[in-house]
Design a protein around this ligand. Structure first.
Ligand SMILES: [Cu+2]
Length: 146
């Protein structure tokens, strides 16, 4: 193969690879803003480090929440993991005064799925799985920043 053809082929491969990377980055980014691939690559790790709060975990297993009480500060997050054999949700109940403290309202979390809630409201509330409210009752407490 003549050198000139080799160079042309190599350039072609580079162009295609660049295009594929650009498309892949755009898809991952979810934004329409044009970004150089060099700038958008650290964006993924930036997103991961942007969260500065603590992460707490609650397991949903055998129709119960564990731990029963989760305590966090504003800006922290809770991840509920459905390790059960049926779908569940997490929903705060209204307190007797009619206000919904904490404002937690998930869709049905499928088996093996999870749901993340970032604490943006102060308060304490009882929450339930509305599908199994008799056994799946727990407590969430959100305090201010120390
Ligand atoms: Cu449930």
């Amino acid at each position: 193969m003549p050198l000139r053809t080799l160079v042309a082929v190599a350039l072609g491969i580079c162009a295609i690879a660049g295009l594929v990377t650009a498309i892949a980055d755009k898809g991952r980014d979810g934004s329409t803003a044009p970004a150089a691939s060099a700038a958008s690559r650290p964006a993924a790790s930036k997103q991961a480090t942007a969260f500065r709060g603590r992460t707490l975990h609650v397991q949903m297993r055998r129709l119960a929440f564990s731990p029963h009480t989760v305590r966090l500060r504003l800006g922290d997050r809770v991840i509920w993991h459905n390790a059960d054999t049926v779908g569940h949700n997490v929903t705060t109940q209204e307190d007797p005064a009619g206000t919904i403290l904490v404002d937690l309202r998930s869709p049905t979390i499928p088996v093996g799925g999870s749901y993340t809630y970032v604490a943006r409201h102060l308060g304490a509330a009882t929450y339930v799985c509305t599908i199994h409210p008799t056994t799946m009752v727990a407590r969430i407490v959100v305090a201010g920043r120390a």
